[in-house]
Design a protein around this ligand. Structure first.
Ligand code: HAM
Length: 434
């Protein structure tokens, strides 16, 4: 075997392991998401990771970066064109239609947490598998829902301790957007030779996308481009104003930002992103985003159904928590350590551990180690309050030692009373602290 073949396996590019030491961040973020889901009455939905490729062509849009460049698509063994979901609004809308949720009281409110896949250029804050938590309210065009959905995201970040601002825009509807697209397209045509190659194509196919182009030259041109909000029809203008009024009522801090056009085609009216200024680059980074998608359910074969939603990137959120050194609850703490000396003691400790756990005592151990010194070192590292020590002598006497890790004092207690004795001491300790 050549040297190259022998090399240990590595992660696929753009993928990340979530290790035990990372889990407390994930659990914290998940817990706040779950809490908000239940407080605002959003039911949890889990849709499959695989969907038919057509679903994303029809929803996210054939001329978007996601569909053109970033999807993990393949033909399965049954000759079906399948894609690893790059986002979840399409999947949730598909489930809403397929499961007849139109017959439930509207709007139907759903939230999700799961992995998504985009063949993006891996860099800081950008992965090829990433996780989102998302909220979708399907079946109402009321502006109050736009504000509520935006506010849920704001609460999510506030509870985590992150100062996030909402960048908000209105993209109009099928009636007024074509008019704006034409005006924008005309503006861009006049500057075509100053545009990047991507934007040259976008001029006719998808001019809106040129607005948030990252190329410096294009950005300069966009500063003077006509803005969607000046071309909204009356209904869209009223809807936008109402949304902003509700946000004022909720004291949500927002910025009106004409550059928020989003990278997905299904949006109508409200479009927004949650941004924070990135500690490393100083640039604004989007931790999440969303908007209205009043045409999507119909586009996918359902009845005309208005909807609004948003999704938050978990890795980007956790990156911010870490960068700002924001404390998250520690992983489970242990109260006691169970140390054993010798084969017999190990046997007895194995079942004692079980009983302690059943009595809801958080107990740590390392049964694969023999020496008392090593085990006490580990107990110290875990910061336990007491260590139970069982050796040959204690077995003969039918006792066990309880060592107070603070003062090092050891007491002998009856082996059969070990659990109530430990619980009594832990209770006294807790009482002292409060
Ligand atoms: P999105 O803006 O494409 O929206 O993604 C939402 C968030 O997912 C982003 O703000 C970002 O935090 C995270 N994200 C996206 N791509 C990556 C990546 N390659 N690596 C790491 N994080 C990433 C949507 O997906 C819409 N479905 C949101 C929505 C829900 N609109 C209505 N309802």
């Amino acid at each position: 075997m050549s040297k190259k073949e022998k090399k240990a396996f590595q992660l696929v590019k753009g993928m990340k392991d979530i290790l035990p030491e990372d889990q407390r961040y994930w659990e914290h973020v998940r817990r706040i998401g779950r809490e908000l889901g239940s407080q605002y009455n959003y039911g949890r939905i889990d849709t499959p990771i695989l969907e038919f490729t057509k679903l994303f062509d029809r929803s996210v849009g054939a001329y978007t970066d996601i569909v053109e460049k970033e999807m993990y698509s393949f033909r399965d063994r049954g000759d079906e064109d399948i894609t690893l979901r790059p986002e979840n609004t399409a999947g949730v809308a598909r489930a809403y239609i397929e499961k007849g949720m139109v017959n439930l009281p509207q709007p139907v409110k759903l939230y999700y947490f799961g992995p998504f896949f985009r063949y993006d250029k891996p860099q800081s804050g950008r992965q090829r598998q990433f996780w989102q938590i998302g909220f979708e309210a399907i079946g109402s065009d009321a502006a109050v829902l736009d504000a509520q959905v935006i506010n849920i995201g704001m609460k999510f970040f506030r509870r985590l301790g992150l100062a996030v601002v909402v960048q908000i825009n209105s993209l109009g509807c099928v009636d007024c957007r074509p008019n704006y697209q034409e005006v924008l397209s005309d503006y861009l045509k006049g500057k075509k030779n100053q545009l990047c190659e991507d934007c040259k194509r976008r001029v006719t196919k998808n001019p809106l996308r040129a607005i948030d182009c990252k190329e410096e030259e294009c950005q300069k041109l966009m500063a003077d481009a006509p803005q969607q909000v000046d071309y909204l029809c009356e209904a869209c203008r009223d809807h936008f104003i109402a949304t902003l009024e509700y946000l004022d009522e909720l004291e949500v801090v927002y910025n009106l930002n004409p550059k928020i056009v989003r990278g997905l085609d299904y949006y109508t009216r409200t479009a927004f992103e949650y941004t924070i200024s990135d500690q490393e680059s100083g640039r604004q980074s989007a931790l999440g985003g969303g908007g209205r998608y009043d045409g999507l359910v119909e586009e996918l074969g359902g009845r005309p159904t208005a909807a609004v939603g948003m999704a938050i990137g978990i890795e980007r959120t956790i990156k911010e928590l870490r960068a700002q050194d924001i404390k998250v609850p520690e992983k489970q703490e242990y109260d006691i350590f169970l140390a054993q000396l010798g084969k017999e003691a190990r046997k007895k400790c194995l079942s004692l551990q079980d009983k302690l756990l059943e009595a809801e005592v958080n107990v740590a151990e390392n049964f694969s180690r023999d020496g008392l010194k090593t085990q006490l070192e580990l107990a110290n590292k875990l910061n336990v309050k007491y260590t139970l020590i069982l050796g040959q002598k204690e077995i003969v006497d039918g006792t066990i030692l309880i060592r107070d890790m603070e003062g090092g004092i050891q007491e002998v207690v009856d082996f059969n009373k070990a659990i109530p004795e430990v619980k009594k001491r832990l209770k006294l300790r807790d009482g002292e602290g409060s």
